[in-house]
Ligand binder design. Structure first.
Ligand code: SF4
Ligand code: SF4
Length: 156
């Protein structure tokens, strides 16, 4: 994920931008103890994933590397790291902040963008069509609407 750090790519305003948003307030307090990594279930199965490393990259101002990378999307939002951080860094919320920024700037992975389109368009992550409803009726289950208006309203 991160080899040699090319500081020519560093954006000096990135940290200020992060610190002014929910989840980024205490990120500068990180002293790289790696307690977050020790408890992270994703790091346990994927050695390339490290919340401490993501924070360090953000502190170095590596804006593009952080927002264009797929790794923040691996976070399962379990909050273990956040509960363990001795410095009170809101790590899980920081991951959510990065995901939101990546979406706003068009860097989210194709799968996430497709899900977002579906949820905002139909109010559902998985499409429901006549075929599904025929199967449901056969199984004695009620017919479901193909779109969910209440969820669509939430996104408006
Ligand atoms: S637990 Fe907190 S202080 Fe330690 S590396 Fe992770 S974010 Fe930094
Ligand atoms: S919230 Fe994300 S980064 Fe933190 S421990 Fe869970 S999976 Fe790892």
């Amino acid at each position: 994920m991160m080899g040699t750090i090319d500081l020519d790519r560093s954006d000096p305003n990135f940290l200020k931008e992060l610190a002014g948003q929910p989840g980024g307030e205490r990120v500068q307090a990180c002293f790289t103890c790696r307690s977050c990594v020790a408890g992270c279930p994703i790091s346990a199965v994927n050695r390339g994933f490290s919340p401490a490393k993501i924070i360090r990259m953000a502190l170095y101002g590596l804006r593009e590397d952080v927002l264009k990378s797929d790794f923040v999307w691996l976070c399962s939002t379990c909050y273990t790291c956040q509960e363990r951080c001795p410095q009170g860094v809101s790590i899980t919320e920081f991951m959510t902040l990065l995901k939101n920024m990546a979406i706003r700037e068009g860097h989210a992975p194709a799968g996430v963008r497709a899900q977002l389109k579906r949820v905002t368009g139909d109010g559902r992550i998985y499409p429901i069509d006549d075929f599904d409803n025929k199967k449901r009726t056969k199984a004695g289950l009620p017919v479901l609407p193909t779109s969910c208006e209440d969820i669509k309203k939430l996104f408006q």
